[in-house]
Unconditional design. Structure first.
Length: 393
């Protein structure tokens, strides 16, 4: 009798939700965005087309696609005053701290009142946030390495434009190869939404109080940063490099991860919902192999990742707990091959997840029955206690 309210009594204040955006079947390894299988989207849709599916509920036709592309272009530059914030961050500031702070600052620079009340205003705000997270991420990298910021090109698709903004220098434009562009686009599509994960639930929690889109997404970025959530893609590379440096063999590392007292987890393994394979991990494993082949890169970490996976899947500890590779296990291999620096890996996850956060914010904001989330608790603290004057304590 903890007073938990079920879904039938309006939206539970337990943090559970009714949603029409993403469907997961953890037993069967099924993931669908608005009913469309992730396998089809990863191979055949652009990231922005996938974002429009998640945010507006269906795949865009040519006219809708052209209209949204224009909105992205018109909204990709930062307000001049936003640039001053970059100068305030220390050079070694983590890019996730910059991203969450700058998205939060958008409330001050980028929020004409109409944006959140009518459909056109929301379309523009959604385009603005999708475009600006990419601009902020690339600009934070350029500021970190002391290079001039590269402005977006208006002839490039989203993924290629991000790579241009990351790697172009005044004397030479970066041109992504088709294989690299496809791999990054697939990475972003596969990260675009995942129903009620920690960071998306955070966005919904903040949205339930009536907070605006930027405030809610900034909170989601901070939740994603945690090492058990979006930070795991960096943890996987650290783990693989640890093994590569010869500290332990793959099998020895897997054995340590079974020991609760070791403080070691198999990063990129396990999932609260998938009790079988994570469909995204399957796609990313093949994409990593194909990209390294196409780029003629022989990355020992890919071989080590395969050894770790084989050793874990052959071990009853992991099989009995239904622990399999998740989205983070192979994604870092792709980002490494593209040349994304390690401390930007979770930023790439955040850029990918932005459409999902926008879609969930809108679902909460639009629902007339939505109530402020107010989880209850089971109280385990002290019984009634008397107040005692300090001299007698
Ligand atoms: C993401 O929710 C989402 O959808 C998230 C995400 C998304 O798209 O938004 O999919 C993205 O966050 C993927 C997960 C990335 N994190 C990691 O790879 C970090 C390593 N994984 C674990 O920390 C863990 O598996 C979680 C956090 C992913 C899931 O944690 P759970 O569901 O709370 O599982 P648990 O901690 O209850 O573990 C159950 C058992 C425990 O052992 P016992 O107490 O039963 O003896 O499995 C063990 C755990 O010790 N276990 C692991 C393990 N994961 C679970 N043991 C070793 N290594 C691991 N990775």
């Amino acid at each position: 009798d903890t007073g938990l309210i079920t879904l039938d009594d309006g939206y539970a204040n337990t943090g559970s939700a009714k949603s029409a955006i993403t469907f997961i079947d953890g037993e069967k390894g099924i993931l669908r965005y608005r009913g469309v299988p992730i396998e089809d989207l990863a191979e055949r849709s652009s990231f922005i087309e996938t974002a429009e599916l998640l945010i507006f509920g269906e795949l865009p036709d040519e006219e809708e696609r052209a209209d949204f592309r224009s909105l992205l272009t018109e909204n990709s530059a930062l307000h001049r005053d936003m640039r001053k914030h970059f100068d305030g961050f220390p050079v070694n500031a983590h890019p996730m701290s910059i991203l969450s702070a700058m998205v939060n600052a958008l409330q001050a620079h980028d929020i004409p009142e109409h944006r959140f009340t009518d459909e056109n205003g929301f379309r523009e705000a959604a385009a603005s946030l999708l475009a600006k997270t990419r601009t902020i991420a690339a600009a934070s990298y350029k500021s970190h390495i002391g290079q001039p910021i590269a402005y977006p090109r208006y002839d490039l698709p989203y993924a290629e434009n991000f790579l241009h903004m990351m790697f172009s220098v005044p004397y030479r434009d970066y041109e992504a190869t088709p294989e690299v562009a496809h791999a990054l686009n697939m990475f972003l599509v596969l990260h675009a939404d995942h129903e009620q994960n920690c960071s998306t639930s955070t966005v919904r929690m903040v949205a339930s109080s009536g907070a605006n889109l930027y405030a809610s997404v900034s909170a989601g970025i901070n939740a994603l940063w945690g090492p058990l959530h979006g930070g795991a893609n960096m943890g996987v590379i650290d783990m693989l490099e640890h093994i590569h440096e010869g500290s332990w063999t793959a099998k020895q590392y897997v054995d340590r991860a079974k020991d609760k007292h070791s403080g070691v987890k198999l990063m990129g393994f396990g999932h609260r919902v998938y009790r079988n394979f994570d469909p995204r991990a399957r796609i990313l494993k093949e994409a990593a192999h194909n990209l390294l082949d196409a780029m003629h890169i022989d990355d020992p970490l890919l071989d080590i990742a395969r050894e770790v996976e084989q050793a874990a899947l052959a071990d009853d500890y992991f099989a009995s707990r239904q622990l399999y590779p998740n989205v983070d296990f192979y994604s870092g291999i792709i980002l490494r091959a593209i040349g994304i620096p390690l401390d930007m890996f979770t930023v790439l996850f955040a850029i990918g997840r932005t459409p999902g956060w926008i879609a969930h914010w809108k679902e909460v904001a639009d629902d007339p029955r939505q109530r402020i989330n107010r989880p209850r608790q089971v109280y385990v603290g002290p019984n009634l206690s008397q107040w005692v004057p300090r001299a007698e304590r």
